[in-house]
Design a protein. Structure first.
Length: 100
């Protein structure tokens, strides 16, 4: 299944597989998909060990397009934007808790 379709499928519980610049496969647990400022971001928690990432850490990725127009998922390198996306996620969790 296409990675973007997997991310957007609410019923999907399969790991999300991405590849790094060395074509190494990395598996992630999907935490959330956050639309923000006309873009789609996702919070993914590594299943496989990644150097420099703690076991309890999650990462923010951005859905983008490459020069060929293909959809790609890339790490959000702008730390301020990553913090903003985590803040959005925490706000959604808080809203959800209030509704229960």
């Amino acid at each position: 299944m296409d990675t973007l379709k997997m991310l957007l499928d609410e019923d999907n519980s399969e790991p999300v597989t991405l590849w790094d610049e060395n074509n190494k496969e990395m598996r992630f647990e999907q935490v959330a998909v956050i639309p923000y400022d006309y873009k789609i971001y996702c919070i993914l928690k590594p299943i496989d060990k990644i150097d420099g990432v703690a076991d309890d850490e999650a990462l923010v990725f951005r859905v983008d397009e490459n020069e060929d127009g293909d959809t790609i998922i890339c790490i959000e390198e702008n730390e301020d934007m990553a913090v903003t996306i985590f803040d959005q996620y925490y706000d959604l969790l808080e809203e959800s808790a209030k509704k229960k």
